[in-house]
Design a protein around this ligand. Structure first.
Ligand SMILES: *[C@@H]1O[C@H](CO)[C@@H](O)[C@H](O)[C@H]1NC(C)=O
Ligand SMILES: *[C@@H]1O[C@H](CO)[C@@H](O)[C@H](O)[C@H]1NC(C)=O
Ligand SMILES: *[C@@H]1O[C@H](CO)[C@@H](O)[C@H](O)[C@H]1NC(C)=O
Ligand SMILES: *[C@@H]1O[C@H](CO)[C@@H](O)[C@H](O)[C@H]1NC(C)=O
Ligand SMILES: *[C@@H]1O[C@H](CO)[C@@H](O)[C@H](O)[C@H]1NC(C)=O
Ligand SMILES: *[C@@H]1O[C@H](CO)[C@@H](O)[C@H](O)[C@H]1NC(C)=O
Ligand SMILES: [Zn+2]
Length: 613
């Protein structure tokens, strides 16, 4: 075993006191082992930083997933509990689910209720939705009202683009149906569709082509009253035509269509697929479908450094916030006083959350009873799988049926329809909240013992990226309380704002908002660490005791870039990782100075919020 491997093992497994090696020395070892010195940082920072990436993993996330799964597997396969533990029922439920998952190796059967019986399309679509299958003909989800982030509503819209059948194996009749559905989507797809806010009663009047009573009865298992549900509907034209299109379809072709959709969903959701061991796949699957239970157990039994991490994360975050406030003092965007107040209030209101768990709930009872309606067996994975999906849908929809349907922030956690759990931090506009998943709080991303240059260049950048999502072209529409705001819309029309959107698109991007978050987030993290207007040439750097060759700014860039190391290509909804690194750095004025690059031309990068000094 190499000394680097030994050092890493030591760091991952033992407290520092028992280790011979300093964690920062180990970090440097890792940084050097990824470097490809044959390519120039000035020409391609990503290639320079990651060219010798030799991990057995696809990327850093896969590495974090592997150690998460290992730790959780130990807890979930255990049988003995310590005296006086809380939430023992929940732990038992999760252990049963895990046990059944690990031994199962079958294709998933479809639940009897879903493929048999009375077939009328709204009823069938409602039943599928009840089992977590979304986007069959239409997309239904529980969200909060656009103008009141505390009020639960149902959102209805056309399905996402990619949710169509593979054409090859279909009968002509099915191909015809699929073609018509695609055609319909194409016809009505809009960049920003208009939103209608209606009661259920109004929905029935406005879109009578669809039998909503049937749909919601099948989904919710009760008939909601006409004034009980508030619905927000996009794509009204689509839904009207959809109703007409499906009205007179033959039962057999509908049945076949639904079975194909359901089978493809089951295949995607089944943890059997992929390169990983069954244990690993089961843990990842359970993180996605049972987030509350898995996060609670990880927090309770595995995660050991919450208090140090919280303190440090808050420190980094506070420093980012302070830096952004200083940007606003310069007011590069030329905002009116009212607009400035809006941005400052939003910034002050951002809530940082460590772990996707309710804020205020420390009582084991809450966790113990949260999944009470589920009955998992130790041997029947089929049964557990569909129950877990149903449970998730039921928990999403339960508050809608209560009086007032008001979100309780202290009990809120994210429980949406994902099939693979989030690893990276995320920002929720409606709650003005930045959540860092617990899986992210570990090597190679983070360790509270690491030097601040490592923390600011990775965690600082990630938090900066997420924070800046609150201020890009979509995020800016939401105010400090998470309501959509006229003022935000007005702000977005400001010439300087529009110019910044244009500026970062000088080279094409797969996602404008991701690019803005990258560019602005890197500037923010750099300024938070080095100070606004920093100029490396004016400093005589004292070498770190763990590193004699690379200077602080160079370490900063390399560690930032190495967050994105891995085997290309990997991008979904983002640009490729090499593009992300290189574009973000090319918009950071100090980058070329920090690496003594030959500067041919004056800096032409984009600075949106950052003062031009
Ligand atoms: C890449 O890493 C290996 C060890 O993993 C090392 O022997 C080699 O010198 C490195 N190559 C470069 C170009 O740095
Ligand atoms: C939000 O909008 C709906 C309909 O547009 C309206 O009925 C409701 O009163 C509004 N709520 C708030 C808090 O303004
Ligand atoms: C914004 O949302 C809050 C709840 O988060 C609500 O009480 C308030 O009425 C909304 N404000 C406006 C202007 O609609
Ligand atoms: C559907 O069938 C009914 C009667 O069975 C008929 O009145 C109606 O026009 C048909 N609609 C379409 C869109 O074909
Ligand atoms: C169990 O929960 C109670 C509150 O419900 C709390 O006071 C106690 O510390 C918890 N025990 C453990 C071991 O977490
Ligand atoms: C729980 O599920 C098992 C099948 O896995 C079943 O035998 C048992 O009756 C169920 N219990 C309840 C209370 O639903
Ligand atoms: Zn992002």
């Amino acid at each position: 075993m190499s000394s680097l491997q030994l050092a890493l093992l030591c760091i991952v497994l033992a407290p520092l006191a028992q280790c011979q090696v300093d964690i920062n020395v180990a970090m440097m070892g890792q940084i050097y082992s990824n470097l490809d010195r044959s390519s120039s940082p000035c020409a391609n920072l990503w290639a320079h930083s990651c060219g010798n990436w030799s991990g057995n993993y696809m990327d850093n996330f896969e590495r974090a997933e592997a150690s998460y799964a290992k730790a959780m597997a130990l807890v979930l396969s255990g049988t003995h509990d310590k005296e006086g533990e809380n939430a023992t029922h929940l732990l038992q439920q999760i252990r049963d689910y895990f046990a059944s998952c690990v031994i199962s190796d079958q294709e998933l059967q479809l639940p009897h209720e879903l493929i048999s019986g009375h077939l009328e399309w709204t009823n069938a679509a409602g039943r599928l939705r009840k089992y977590g299958v979304n986007g069959v003909f239409l997309d239904e989800s529980v969200d909060v009202a656009y103008n009141d982030s505390r009020r639960y509503v149902i959102q209805l819209k056309m399905p996402a683009q990619n949710d169509h059948l593979p054409m090859a194996t279909l009968s002509p009749e099915l191909q015809q149906l699929d073609r018509e559905l695609r055609e319909l989507c194409r016809k009505y797809r809009r960049e920003e569709p208009t939103l209608q806010s209606w009661t259920l009663g109004e929905l029935k009047q406005q879109i009578p082509q669809i039998d909503w009573k049937n749909y919601f009865e099948a989904l919710l298992e009760v008939e909601p009253k006409d004034d009980q549900l508030r619905v927000e509907v996009s794509d009204v034209g689509y839904l009207r035509e959809l109703g007409t299109l499906l009205q007179n379809r033959s039962t057999t072709s509908l049945q076949l269509y639904l079975t194909i959709r359901l089978t493809s969903f089951a295949r995607k959701a089944n943890p059997n697929t992929g390169l990983w061991s069954r244990v690993h796949s089961c843990i990842q699957h359970m993180r996605a479908v049972l987030p509350l239970g898995m996060n609670y157990i990880y927090d309770r039994y595995v995660y050991r450094t919450r208090s140090e991490d919280t303190r440090q994360l808050m420190e980094i975050f506070t420093s980012l916030r302070r830096t952004f406030n200083k940007y606003l003092d310069y007011n590069h965007m030329e905002l009116s006083p009212q607009e400035l107040d809006y941005v400052r209030a939003k910034l002050a209101g951002v809530h940082l959350k460590l772990g996707n768990l309710p804020d205020a709930t420390t009582s084991g009872d809450f966790y113990d009873s949260h999944y009470a309606s589920a009955n998992f067996s130790r041997s029947d994975f089929q049964h557990n799988f569909w129950q877990a999906l149903r449970l998730r849908t039921r928990l999403q929809h339960a508050p809608l049926l209560q009086h007032g349907a008001v979100l309780q922030p202290e009990l809120y956690y994210l429980n949406d329809d994902v099939l693979s759990a989030r690893n990276a931090p995320y920002f929720e506009h409606e709650r003005n909240t930045l959540t860092v998943p617990l899986i992210f709080m570990q090597w190679p991303f983070y360790d509270y013992r690491l030097h601040s240059v490592f923390q600011y260049s990775l965690m600082g950048f990630i938090l900066g990226h997420e924070l800046m999502h609150g201020f890009e072209q979509d995020g800016i529409l939401f105010d400090a309380t998470g309501n959509e705001s006229e003022l935000g819309l007005q702000l977005r029309q400001q010439p300087r704002f529009q110019a910044a959107l244009k500026c970062v698109q000088k080279t094409p991007t797969a996602s404008l908002k991701e690019r803005l978050a990258d560019v602005n987030g890197l500037q923010l993290a750099y300024d938070a660490f080095f100070g606004i207007g920093h100029d490396s040439q004016r400093f005589e750097y004292r070498p770190y005791d763990f590193e004699r060759e690379l200077l602080a700014p160079q370490l900063f860039h390399l560690n930032f870039a190495q967050f994105f190391c891995g085997r290309l290509p990997l991008a979904i909804d983002h640009d490729m990782d090499d593009v992300r690194v290189n574009v973000a750095e090319s918009n950071l004025k100090q980058f070329s100075t920090d690496f003594n690059c030959q500067q041919q031309a004056p800096f032409t990068g984009c600075e949106m919020w950052r003062p031009s000094t």
